[in-house]
Design a protein around this ligand. Sequence first.
Ligand SMILES: [Zn+2]
Length: 179
Amino acid sequence: HYWADLFIIEVLDPETLEPVPDGEVGEMVVTSLRKEAVPLLRYRTHDLTRIIPGACACGLAMPRHDRILGRSDDMIIYRGVNIYPGQIMDVIGEFPELGGEYQVELTRDARGLDHLTLTVERAGGATAGGDAALAGTLAGRLRSRILARMDVKVADYGSLPRTFSKSKRVLDKRYADAN
Ligand SMILES: [Zn+2]
C-alpha cells in the first residue's frame, strides 16, 4: 500500500510516457503532495513496478503497487512489446531445472524482422536429456506471460559469462546488423 493522500504514483510506459493500464509494468513516476522542502513533481524514478488492481484483503482502501521489478533503462523493445529482464528472470525462476544465468540476443533479419534468442543455463547437476522439452515449455510460458515469441536454448551450467549487470545480459545486435 502507499499513502495516496501523500503521494501520486503514476505508472507510465518509459518510451511513450503514457500511462499503462493497472496491473501492467511500467516506470514509477512520483509526485509528493505534502513535502515542502524537497517536493517531487512527476519525478521519474526509472524503477519498474505495477499498480496491483482490485481491493486488498486487509480492508485498507489505499492503493497498492508491486515490489520494484527492475530498472526502466534495461527495457528491451521487441516487436512492439516492452520487455524487462526482470520479467524474463521471474519466469526462468519457476523452473528448478534451470540455473539463474541467461543471455538475451536480439538480431534483425534481412526483411527487417526482429528475433530474440534467449539462452538459459541448466541448473548445476541437471542433465541435458530434457533440454528440448524444457526449452519448449519455457518458450510457451514466456509467450503467454510476456506476449513475445522467443527462441529458447538451454546451455550447459557455467557456459555463460558471469556478470553483475543486467544490461550486460542483453546483446542487442539489431542496429549493428543494419549498417
Ligand atoms: Zn492491504
